[in-house]
Ligand binder design. Structure first.
Ligand code: BT5
Length: 334
């Protein structure tokens, strides 16, 4: 099952009417008259809306009333009142996909997909970095964002950094939960991983055709079960979930929309060349700076004291001999 922000016009028309009249009962006939569609079509849309997780109550003689919204990240829920100019204005939603990165890859080259997001409720082959697996059961926010950037390759290494800053900030703003950023691309909550970021790029010479940013957020998942499953996988350091750590029922769409807004702001900042500003924001929330850490790289382990990152997003580490710069690797904070 899939939906987009540009199809499903009839269904969205009926739903929007319910959403703007949620204090009253609406009869099938009223809806049919106002929306100029047949009563059968109204009834079919109502059934569909209910299967999407919205709660519609029906009372004899009075009609129907919307009593609760869905938690699903449906395209029209994302685009409604979205504060961005471009990011997230086009949305593809799938109940299940192998990986949102794979679907995004198929459409990314098309100019109209600049800013598009692809969301899956569940992924069967979610990817991490370096061909690792990303486990993506229902309850998470799993999405990819397509960008056709104006900057060149030298700036693209800051994309995971500015995304992590935007994500950490939006978690704080929407849920009131404090997280830390962990180099190169993780969000950590109480020492465990709560979100991961991945960037796939299509590059020619020094120009970027497009970037696909993949983000996985453990919003409301069973952490114990996932930890059991993942404990022997590479770079595992525990799993956390946002809802376990916040006692309000803020729906996931609020966080996703806030992220899209914060991300667009940070991207504009990078376009203006404000690299130092992004690095400064990242550093404020970063785990492990000034502490002894170990970085696992493809050339082996490096141990030393973390000095934070430079304006290329590289991690600086002070070993016994010198300060080393690392662009790709995993940090062990334990
Ligand atoms: C990442 O990789 O952290 C990047 C994750 C990106 C996932 C998103 S979901 C939407 C989009 N579509 C995709 O197919 N992918 C992106 P990395 O730093 O390599 O971390 C991978 C490691 O994290 C694994 O080896 C596990 O140890 C651990 N892990 C896997 N699933 C996890 C989860 N749900 N929560 C916490 N840790 C997990």
């Amino acid at each position: 099952m899939s939906y987009t922000s540009f199809d499903n016009v009839g269904l969205v028309k009926v739903l929007s009417f319910f959403q703007t009249h949620d204090s009253e009962y609406l009869s099938g006939q009223d809806l049919s008259d106002v929306l100029k569609i047949s009563r059968v079509a109204v009834w079919k849309h109502i059934k569909k809306i209910q299967t999407l997780g919205y709660k519609i109550e029906s009372k004899q003689k009075l009609g129907y009333r919307l009593v609760d919204d869905t938690e699903k990240l449906l395209p029209w829920e994302i685009t409604r009142d979205l504060k961005t100019e471009n990011i997230g204005k086009r949305v593809y939603y799938f109940e299940e996909l192998d990986s949102t990165q794979n679907f995004a890859q198929q459409i990314a080259a098309d100019k109209k997909e600049n800013g598009t997001i692809v969301i899956a409720e569940k992924q069967t082959a979610g990817r991490g970095r370096l061909d690792r697996k990303w486990t993506s059961p229902k309850g998470g926010i799993w999405f990819s964002l397509i960008i056709h950037p104006k900057f060149d390759v030298s700036s693209s290494t800051l994309i995971p950094i500015l995304s992590a800053v935007a994500l950490s900030k939006s978690i704080k703003k929407s849920l009131g939960v404090e997280t830390e950023v962990k180099w190169p691309n993780d969000i950590m909550l109480n020492g465990k991983k709560v979100a991961g970021i991945l960037v796939d790029a299509s590059v020619q010479a020094n120009n970027i055709d497009y970037l696909i940013l993949g983000i996985g957020i453990n919003f409301d998942i069973d952490t114990k079960r996932l930890e059991k499953r993942l404990s022997k996988t590479p770079n595992f350091y525990g799993v956390n979930s946002l809802r376990e750590n916040n006692n309000n029922k803020t729906p996931p769409k609020i966080l996703l929309k806030e992220f899209l807004f914060q991300f667009e702001k940070n991207l504009a900042s990078l376009n203006k060349g404000e690299k130092a500003k992004i690095v400064k924001e990242w550093t404020k929330n970063a785990a492990g700076i000034g502490r002894k850490i170990t970085i696992n790289t493809s050339n082996g382990k490096i141990s030393g004291v973390s000095q934070g990152i430079d304006t290329d997003g590289a991690l600086k580490i002070k070993t016994k001999k010198k300060i080393e710069r690392v662009l790709v690797g995993d940090v062990d904070l334990s």
